[in-house]
Design a protein around this ligand. Sequence first.
Ligand code: ZN
Length: 299
Amino acid sequence: MTLMKSLYAGVASASFALVAFSAVADEDDVKIVASFSILGDMVEEVVGDLAEVTTIVGPDADAHVYQPSVADAKAVAQADIIFVNGLGFETWSDTLIAESGTEATVHIATDGVTPVEVEGEIDPHAWNSLSNGVIYVTNVSETLQSAMPAHADQIAANADTYIAELKALDAETKAKLAGLPANRRTVVTAHDAFGYLADAYGLTFLAPVGIDTEAEPSAKDLAILIDQLKAEGAAALFVENIASPALVQQISDETGIEIGGRLYSDALSERGGPATSYLAMFQHNLSTLLNALDNQTAS
Ligand code: ZN
């Protein structure tokens, strides 16, 4: 009994120490690093102008195969708080964080997401369902409220406004995609980045490249996919902003299936593009899918 009591006392003081430690030293000079552009935008929406946010993998860039720069290592070294996606997305982040010598706390934005498996591997692209986006934003908000208690009310209010927008777009996406006929629901993208979108909104995505972009598809795998598309068809093909369109163009040439536009899978667009925020990216992907899949006579 005495032993149990002292164990509980130990646990209680340890968790108190953690909570105390998680507040940053100077709440008016907080440096936050986010691993890639979509997550960086979510963090900016929640923190507003209360802190400086640096994003490592920028717009239109591929975070799967990113090679960090000296400037990245410096940003990480100076950070107070680091947000990563997790689920195996950033293959380079553990090394970058360890070698930078940073004292920042590292937070995984996908904590609490139910992982989707694509061909036996965990799909890291969890942001491609808006209900997961709400989980990311909730995690970011809770972390920042603990780290910056003097600004907790403002952070919570920013997150509430943002989550309401994400939920409204989620409902709109469900309603609009629900109207598609069964034979207009299978599409092809360059790599398997839309497992969560497929699950959440009832579409089927096929891709010649797997969930990370590291490996080229074998000639055999590509031939199998092309044969499958010739036999079963697909409503449209889509190129992606982070990948060369050559492979998708080849599939289009060989199957006669049209390219329906460009989807933003793993990164926002550069400024001036159609997907400069997570919300704009999702809206763009929704309208691109609908333009290609809706209002067409089934063939
Ligand atoms: Zn990807």
